[in-house]
Design a protein around this ligand. Structure first.
Ligand code: UD1
Length: 424
């Protein structure tokens, strides 16, 4: 397996370009399953393990996929399977995104249940509820969701989500765009990745109103076509790079971004004492000598993202006082705390709150990644720790950060990748 060796103490400074978003690329790639009509060209797709896993899933289904220089070309005219197998789905929960498009195109699909994950049970009941409301019969058997359309086509319906779900909103959109009649999604997720999916579907010929609001109105159409599309930037990667500068008392400009989509994070950086300025497509951050303790609560967009919570916690270990971190989306997403504490942090959990007592000097040692954002948090901690921090199980990081050690090295960090053997 790969590990990262980080010799801490260097300031992060310079300019770096944001990569394309993983969380918008995955539903956009899934949506290519909706039409056999032509070849899609998707630009700014990040070269990540999750994208490769999703491409492998599409190829398993019979799609033709090529991926070079962040351009993914895909045609799904000759699909030969409607089943997403456990071996691929278990590697990545987002595989559930094939449920809507396959059901809508073929009237029948079987998708393996994703199973557990590192932070909590993460059910798929809302995805199933959506398909049932749109007129599918669902049975769960032998670990698979078996979905069949009653009649010839899915039928538009009113669906009110009891909680905001990015994935279930995405799946509902992909199923509804070719259903007969009107679908209204209430309490739909507002995340920029959903907005991106809407724009992609519109370009394919779908009729969607209310984009950027919590009520989406979809008028089903008969046909969609393949298109060329530019993916949006990865706001979580950009936020992580800004944190790298903030935690090391550095200065950074991240280009190729839409600052508005990071407003809650920018606001938190300012409360932490950072100077942040924005241009039309860039964000610049200059860190203070001493970070201020800053409480955050992760909630659905436009609030502070859960996917930035672990990185924020690493930063707060260096703040001059005590900060509280609450995650209202994944209450138990705190696997990074024991690892941060092994580096010398003082973080305790009281009910669903993480209390971070800063500032604490961190000392490098071996730490274990448990999930994608937890690994990013450990890399940030390594940047300020004395001695060498070894971040093990870097495959979690590789699922979501494109060329991360190259980017950080170009900004002054001392990081290298090495192989190691885990004892079984
Ligand atoms: C997406 C993101 C993930 C991010 C999360 C929340 C992708 C590929 N992943 O995940 O990085 O952390 O949004 O912003 O885009 N829920 C249910 N039943 C369901 C579905 C979800 O109860 O059927 C719950 C979840 O357990 C969670 C909440 O709804 O508490 C929100 O989850 P959701 O927005 O669906 O997350 P994902 O789309 O899986």
């Amino acid at each position: 397996m790969d590990k990262l060796l980080i010799r801490g103490g260097n300031r992060i400074s310079g300019t770096v370009a944001a990569s394309g978003s993983k969380n918008s690329a995955l539903p956009v790639i899934a949506a290519t399953l909706l039409t056999p009509d032509g070849t899609f060209t998707l630009n700014r797709i990040p070269d990540l393990q999750d994208v490769r896993t999703f491409s492998a899933l599409l190829e398993y289904l019979g799609a033709k996929v090529s991926f070079e220089n962040n351009v993914l070309r895909v045609s799904t005219d000759q699909l030969k399977s409607i089943e997403a197998p456990y071996e691929l789905v278990k590697k990545m929960r987002a595989s559930i995104y094939v449920l809507g498009p396959l059901l809508s195109r073929f009237g029948h699909t079987r998708v393996s249940l994703p199973g557990g994950c590192a932070f909590g049970p993460r059910p798929v009941d809302l995805h199933i509820m959506v398909m049932e409301k749109l007129g599918a019969d669902i049975t769960i058997e032998k670990g698979f969701i078996d979905a069949k359309v009653k009649g010839s086509r899915l039928r538009g319906a009113r669906i009110d989500f009891p909680i905001s779900s990015v994935g279930a909103t995405g799946n509902a959109l992909m199923a509804a765009v070719t259903a007969s009649g009107t679908t209204i999604l209430g309490n739909a997720a507002l995340e920029p990745e959903i907005e991106c999916l809407c724009h992609f579907l519109q370009k394919m010929g779908a009729s969607i109103e209310g984009i950027g609001t919590t009520t989406l109105v979809i008028e089903g159409v008969e046909r969609l076509r393949a298109v060329t599309f530019d993916n949006i930037f990865d706001r979580i990667e950009a936020g992580t790079l800004l944190s790298a500068a903030a935690i090391t008392k550095g200065e950074i400009t991240v280009t190729g971004v839409i600052p508005l989509q990071l407003e809650s994070v920018i606001d938190a950086f300012r409360r932490a004492g950072c100077t942040v300025t924005t241009g039309p497509d860039s964000i610049s951050l200059s860190a203070p000598e001493k970070l201020l303790p800053t409480d955050i609560t992760a909630n659905p967009y436009p609030a502070f993202p859960t996917d930035m919570q672990a990185q924020w916690m690493a930063m707060m270990t260096q703040a001059e006082g005590t900060s509280t971190i609450i995650d209202k989306i994944y209450h138990e997403r705190f696997n990074h705390i024991p690892e941060l504490n092994r580096l010398g942090a003082r973080i305790e959990i009281r009910e669903n709150q993480a209390i971070v007592h800063g500032p604490q000097e961190l000392t490098g040692t071996k730490v274990m990644s448990t999930d994608l954002r937890a690994s990013a948090c450990l890399v940030l901690a390594g940047l300020v720790a004395t001695d060498t921090t070894e971040v093990l199980r870097v495959y979690h990081l590789d699922r979501g950060y494109e060329k991360i050690e190259k980017k950080l090295t170009s900004l002054g960090a001392d990081i290298e990748r090495d192989r190691y053997q885990e004892f079984s």
